[in-house]
Design a protein around this ligand. Sequence first.
Ligand SMILES: Nc1nc2c(ncn2[C@@H]2O[C@H](COP(=O)(O)OP(=O)(O)OP(=O)(O)O)[C@@H](O)[C@H]2O)c(=O)[nH]1
Length: 163
Amino acid sequence: MIDGKPLSIHILDTAWKAGACMKDEYLLWADGVILVYSMVDKSSFDKLREIVEWIFAKKGEEKVIAVIGNKSDLIHRKQVSDTEATQFCAEYNCLSFDTSASDSYTDVSNAFNTIIREIKLNNKKREKLNKLMHNPSVLAKLQIRQSLKNLAEMKWRSRTSTM
Ligand SMILES: Nc1nc2c(ncn2[C@@H]2O[C@H](COP(=O)(O)OP(=O)(O)OP(=O)(O)O)[C@@H](O)[C@H]2O)c(=O)[nH]1
């Protein structure tokens, strides 16, 4: 249930071995991506950059990307600072969460609820944009704008070449 409404979600649990286990189809299929690292294993955090770069290279930045730092209960063994995680998420425009799967069901549930809400919003925005892009009057306006831009560029070029 999300905001009082039942919702069916499909989760595909994948692994990452330098892209070998991630297929382009997975990304096409998904509305969002959740990357989970372990706060007590710096190497799992370091791998995120490679994964996000792969997602961006496949034009996946339009999807909701969330980063979850798990095992927050093991604070005494923490290897990834909050600043590092926050900076990473700001750099790649990812949602950021801390969870402890062993300690708190609420953390995990809150993270999923927020991600799903964000995905719903994102899908709505994309649908609207899609509709706009298929609206003939919007298309005509865009074409006029592009033609004016081309004309201005041509004029600018001819002016600079005669100088
Ligand atoms: N202390 C603590 N241990 C956790 C937490 N989450 C998972 N674990 C433990 O970490 C180990 C790995 O957990 P898994 O659920 O197998 O992790 P996974 O992501 O499925 O691992 P992969 O098989 O590599 O995909 C298990 O021993 C879990 O009990 C957590 O939040 N806190």
